[in-house]
Design a protein around this ligand. Structure first.
Ligand code: UD1
Length: 430
């Protein structure tokens, strides 16, 4: 298994191209199941989750082909991938695949909408909590689907005549629930109103792509989305939104090590809450044409309290990285995690680098220390892993990060992007 070796202490200076968002690419790829025509996605990040989803979609009959340059050749630009689901050959998504990537459960919505039935394995547990799918199934039921749980599978059937528009009122903001509701409602008969919808930029990106395919959707990006069902959808060409979590991750890395980095191909409005917090820690954040510049030259890191919230609040997917930054702050900070109940797996690993963090329920109390020291650490989930990388960049000496396959799921060319800014990072294979 690959490891990443980091020798900390170097400032980061230069520029980093931000990739397309993993969390936008996955639902966009899944949406290609809704039409027999070709959906061309541009700026798709080179990630193992994208490759795995291509395989999963292939089982349902989606033909996926990568345009142009060879894989991995040009990390400044994502890939263009064409997805064509001319015929759906299988409406079942098996456990072996869904258990490897939770988001693949979302195929349930387009399969149901287009084929009238789907059988999709329940995803099971994951490293950051129980993560149920009850609200996703509730949304499908609200559109008339019959939902049964059988031998670990969700088996859903549309009523005769297909799904019908309905009212979906989510008791809790859910990104996956909103994606599912959108993909089911676009082909339903009549109007669907989704209340308490997730407002995440990735939801807006999916809605924009569906609109380009011929769907009628109003209000994406607000908490009420109205969908007027259409009888069929066509192909389209759509660029994947920049990755706000990757943007925030590198911004925090620079805030931690010091330096001056231009994050290219990204936008401040995608993560304003995160950037505001960074500015309060003492980093200088400026929007420039084509990107965001982040600087910290001298000066300490001020402690800032943060609570994770659905968009437009501070994202849970940046919580671990922010905690890494706070381990070096000049004082105590409080970080409250309100989205996932078990998302503090990075705490014990950060402690191996010398961080002082106390947990009290959903609250982490971080006492900043002047020095972190390199150590062997283990990646546990995607965002937790990258928090260890950030901490290691600012630690004295060498850190070896094990189980880096977690990083490969969600961060394209991580070590190359850091090395081009002066970091000492290398991947050791095998
Ligand atoms: C997506 C993101 C993930 C991010 C999360 C929250 C992708 C591929 N993943 O995950 O990176 O951390 O949004 O921003 O886009 N819930 C239920 N029942 C359900 C569904 C969700 O109780 O049926 C709960 C979850 O346990 C959690 C909360 O709702 O407490 C939010 O989860 P959700 O927004 O659905 O997260 P995902 O879509 O899985």
């Amino acid at each position: 298994m690959d490891r990443i070796r980091i020798v900390g202490g170097a400032q980061l200076n230069g520029s980093i191209p931000i990739s397309g968002a993993k969390n936008a690419a996955l639902p966009l790829m899944i949406a290609s199941l809704l039409t027999p025509e070709t959906v061309v996605l541009e700026n798709v990040p080179r990630l193992s989750d994208v490759r795995l989803l291509m395989r999963i979609l292939g089982n349902h009959g989606v033909d996926a082909s990568i345009d142009g340059k060879r894989v991995g050749q040009d990390e400044d630009h994502g890939e263009t991938i064409r997805f064509t689901a001319k015929t759906i050959v299988d409406t079942t998504a098996p456990y072996e695949l869904v258990s490897r990537m939770r988001a693949s459960f979302w195929v349930i919505a387009p399969l149901l909408a287009r084929m009238g039935e789907a059988k999709v394995s329940l995803p099971g547990g994951c490293a950051i909590g129980t993560r149920p799918v009850d609200l996703l199934l509730m949304a499908l039921e609200a559109l008339g689907a019959d939902v049964q749980i059988d031998a670990g599978y969700a088996v859903v059937r549309a009523p005769t005549g297909g799904l019908r528009g309905g009212r979906i009122d989510f008791p809790k903001v859910t990104v996956g629930g909103t994606h599912t509701a959108l993909m089911a409602a676009v082909l339903a008969n009549g109007t669907t109103v989704i209340d308490n919808a997730a407002r995440e930029p990735e939801v807006v990106d999916l809605a924009n792509c569906l609109i380009a395919m011929g769907a009628k959707i109003d209000g994406a990006g607000t908490s009420r989305i109205v969908v007027e069902g259409v009888t069929s959808l066509g192909g389209c060409r759509h660029p994947v939104l920049p990755d706000r979590i990757e943007t925030g991750t590198y911004a925090m890395a620079v805030a931690m090590t010091g330096g001056d980095v231009l994050l290219q191909n990204t936008r401040a409005d995608l993560l304003q809450a995160g950037l505001d917090v960074l500015a309060r820690t003492g980093a200088e954040v400026t929007s420039e044409s084509g990107g965001i510049r982040i600087r910290r030259n001298g000066g300490g890191i001020a402690p800032v309290d943060v609570t994770t919230e659905p968009f437009p609040g501070f994202p849970t997917d940046l919580q671990a990285q922010f905690m890494a930054l706070m381990t070096r702050a000049d004082g105590v900070s409080h970080i409250r995690e309100t989205i996932f109940e078990n998302r503090f797996m990075h705490v014990s690993e950060l402690a191996r680098l010398g961080a002082h963090i106390r947990l009290d329920g959903d609250l982490a109390i971080v006492e900043g220390a002047p020095v972190l020291k390199g150590a062997p650490v283990m990646a546990t989930d995607l965002r937790a892993s990258v928090s260890l990388v950030i901490a290691a960049l600012a630690a004295e000496g060498e850190t070896m990060v094990h189980r880096v396959y977690h990083l490969d799921r969600g961060f394209e060319a991580l070590e190359k992007k850091l090395v081009r800014c002066g970091a000492q990072v290398e991947r050791i294979s095998g």
